[in-house]
Design a protein around this ligand. Structure first.
Ligand SMILES: [Zn+2]
Length: 141
């Protein structure tokens, strides 16, 4: 066993209910499903989060997710689905091996994100332009 539960799953040292695999990605059932069908897509190699992920691999993970998500919806008769990834403890990441959640959604399923008080409030264009400039400047990838 390593100190990463998803590396152990990727190498077959720990059991998982696998739904998809290719050379770079693996998809399996979340052991703590929010809803039945909740599936995780991970890279086979240990990468902490999306910010650390090589761009080509990020694309491959999204391709794998795009293959798995419709199958999850079909198998669960879901009304829709979310794909998301938590990056960093403050964002809710609990296993520090990059993973994308594929969460089937059902009418009235009560799951949701909490928005801050006062949302939605449109930001002034000048603030948006200033932040966009900071982000463009910070983009080194
Ligand atoms: Zn790992």
């Amino acid at each position: 066993m390593s100190d990463c539960v998803f590396c152990d799953i990727a190498t077959g040292r720990s059991p998982a209910s696998i739904v998809y695999q290719d050379e770079t990605a693996l998809a399996f059932m979340d052991i703590y499903p929010i809803h039945p069908g909740h599936t995780l897509v991970i890279p086979r190699v240990h990468i902490q989060d999306l910010a650390q992920c090589p761009l080509e691999l990020a694309g491959q993970l999204f391709i794998a997710s795009s293959r798995v998500a419709p199958a999850v919806v079909a198998a669960t008769d879901a009304a829709g689905f979310n794909v998301w990834t938590a990056n960093g403890k403050e964002a809710g990441q609990e296993v520090f091996h990059l993973h994308l959640h594929i969460l089937p959604r059902f009418v009235g399923d009560t799951f949701g994100l909490r928005f801050p008080k006062g949302y939605p409030a449109a930001a002034p264009r000048s603030e948006l332009e200033e932040m966009a400039a900071h982000i463009r400047q910070a983009a080194q990838r």
